[in-house]
Design a protein around this ligand. Structure first.
Ligand SMILES: Nc1nc2c(ncn2[C@@H]2O[C@H](COP(=O)(O)OP(=O)(O)OP(=O)(O)O)[C@@H](O)[C@H]2O)c(=O)[nH]1
Ligand SMILES: [Mg+2]
Length: 413
C-alpha cells in the first residue's frame, strides 16, 4: 500500500483483504467503550437495511483507547466487513478521519459517511439519510441537521454557523456537527489538503479542526451540499465553560486559516442561500445540556488581564468599547449582535494580516466567546430549544450584515 501513513498495519491489512467496496462508514473513537457498541451495531444495521446490495465496509479509526473501545467495535461488527484499528499520526479526531479517507481511497468507494462514537440517538435511518443523496447522485456533501439542546453546539451557534453562512453564502446549520456523508472523490480531496495548501495533517485539521475543514473545502470546491434531518442529537455533551476552550481554539483557528486561504472565493459571495434538506423536519425537544453561565462570566473577566494587550492591538474602537462594557455587565450582552460579529471579524482580519499570530488571536477570542455564550444562555433562559433558534438566526444575520466591513478591513493581497 503506498504511503500508508494514516493506517496502522492491522488496518492496512484489513483494507487489503477487503480489496474494494461501494460504501464506507467511518467511526472515529477515543475512549468510547460505553457507546461505540451501539453506534457500530446501528451503522451495520442501517447499511444492511437501506443498502442491501451495496458492498459496504465499516471503519473504526481509534486513537489508542485503553478502555477496550476497539474490542467493543469488533464485537458489534461481527459479520460485517470492517476495519478496526489505531490510526497513525498526531492524536486527534482529524487524524482518525485521515485514516478513514485513506481506507476510502484504497477501497475505491463511491460514497462515505462518518458518525461520532459517543452518539446515543443514532438510528439505522441516519445512515440512509446521510448516504442516500450521495449514492443517488443528488449531492456531493451532506451535513447533518438536528435539534441540539440550546446549551449544546455553542461553537456552532456563535461562530461556525454564522461565519460559514456569511463568508461562503450557504446556510449549513451544522457545519461542524460530526455526522457527514461525501463522495469518494471528495474524500480524496480532503486527504490531499482540500482548501488549505500546506500539509494539513500536522495542523489543527488533525484535531477538532477537521469538521470545519471538510465543510469549507466542500463548499469552496463547488460541491453540491445538502442537509440530512436526523431528529435530535444526543451525545456525551460538554459544559461550554468547563470543556470547550481547546476545541474552540482548534475549530476557530482552522476556520481563520481557511478564510485566509479562500479570500478570493468569499469576497465574490454576497448574501446567503438555503441548503436543501433531506427528510421532513420535525420539532423535537432534545435532552437538557447543563451550562454554568456564572462560570462563563468569571472566565470572561479572568481572560481580560491575560489578553488585554492582544485585544487592544487587534480590536477596532467600537469592538474594544463593547468588550469594556461587557466586562462590567452582569450579563455580558454587549458581546452580542453586531458587536460580536465585529469582534470576530477584527480578530479574523488581524490573523490574515499576521498569520503567524493566529493562535494568539484565537486564544484571545476564547474568553469573549465565553461571554457571548453567557449572554445567549440568559437571553434563551425561558425559551425552548426551538424558540432559541431565532437568537441564533439573528446573530448569523448580523455576520452577513457586517461582511462588507470584513472585506474593507481585509489586508490587500
Ligand atoms: N480517534 C480519535 N477520535 C477522537 C479524538 N477526539 C475525539 N474523537 C472522536 O471524535 C468524535 C467527536 O468527539 P466529541 O468529543 O464527542 O466532540 P463533539 O461531540 O464534536 O463536541 P461537543 O459538541 O463539544 O461535545 C467522537 O467520536 C470521539 O470519539 C481523538 O483524539 N482520537
Ligand atoms: Mg460528541
Amino acid at each position: 500500500m503506498p504511503d500508508a501513513t494514516g493506517l496502522d498495519r492491522r488496518m492496512a491489512e484489513a483494507v487489503e483483504r477487503i480489496g474494494s467496496a461501494d460504501l464506507l462508514v467511518g467511526i472515529p473513537s477515543y475512549r468510547n467503550a460505553a457507546t461505540i457498541g451501539h453506534v457500530a451495531r446501528t451503522v451495520a444495521e442501517g447499511l444492511r437495511r437501506h443498502f442491501p446490495r451495496a458492498r459496504a465496509v465499516v471503519v473504526d479509526s481509534d486513537g489508542g483507547s485503553d478502555d477496550g473501545t476497539p474490542d467493543r467495535a469488533r464485537g458489534a461488527l461481527d459479520g460485517t466487513p470492517s476495519v478496526v484499528g489505531a490510526y497513525v499520526g498526531p492524536p486527534g479526531k482529524g487524524s482518525a478521519f485521515r485514516a478513514i479517507f485513506e481506507a476510502a481511497r484504497e477501497l475505491g468507494v463511491g460514497a462515505c459517511a462518518v458518525v461520532d462514537s459517543d452518539l446515543r440517538s443514532i438510528t439505522p435511518e441516519w445512515i440512509e439519510r446521510l448516504l442516500a443523496p450521495v449514492v443517488g447522485g443528488s449531492a456531493d456533501y451532506v451535513a447533518p441537521l438536528y435539534a441540539r439542546h440550546k446549551h449544546d453546539g455553542t461553537i456552532t451557534n456563535t461562530i461556525a454557523y454564522p461565519l460559514t453562512r456569511a463568508l461562503y453564502g450557504q446556510r449549513v446549520r451544522q457545519p461542524i456537527g460530526g455526522e457527514f456523508a461525501f463522495s469518494g472523490e471528495l474524500a480524496g480531496v480532503f486527504l490531499d489538503g482540500g482548501a488549505l495548501e500546506d500539509s494539513v495533517w500536522s495542523t489543527d485539521v488533525a484535531r477538532f479542526g477537521i469538521d470545519i475543514y471538510m465543510t469549507t473545502t466542500a463548499i469552496t470546491r463547488g460541491a453540491r451540499v445538502a442537509q440530512a434531518f436526523l431528529g435530535a442529537k444526543i451525545h456525551d455533551p460538554k459544559d461550554p465553560g468547563a470543556d470547550l476552550g481547546p476545541m474552540f481554539r482548534q475549530v476557530v483557528g482552522t476556520a481563520f486559516r481557511l478564510a485566509a486561504a479562500s479570500a478570493p472565493r468569499w469576497r465574490a459571495v454576497s448574501g446567503s442561500r438555503d441548503v436543501p434538506v433531506v427528510g421532513e423536519v420535525r420539532a423535537v425537544e432534545p435532552e437538557e445540556v447543563r451550562a454554568d453561565a456564572a462560570l462563563l462570566v468569571r472566565k470572561l473577566r479572568a481572560g481580560a488581564a491575560e489578553h488585554r494587550a492582544t485585544w487592544d492591538g487587534a480590536l477596532s474602537p467600537d469592538a474594544a468599547a463593547a468588550v469594556r462594557r461587557a466586562l462590567d455587565e452582569d450579563v455580558p450582552r454587549s458581546l452580542a449582535g453586531a458587536a460580536w460579529a465585529t469582534i470576530v471579524y477584527d480578530l479574523l482580519a488581524a490573523s490574515a494580516r499576521r498569520p503567524e499570530r493566529t493562535d494568539e488571536l484565537v486564544l484571545a477570542l476564547v474568553p469573549l466567546y465565553f461571554g457571548r455564550v453567557a449572554a445567549f444562555i440568559a437571553d434563551a433562559r425561558d425559551m425552548t430549544t426551538a424558540a432559541s433558534e431565532r437568537l441564533v438566526e439573528e446573530q448569523a444575520v448580523a455576520f452577513e450584515e457586517r461582511k462588507a466591513y470584513l472585506a474593507d478591513t481585509w489586508p490587500a493581497a
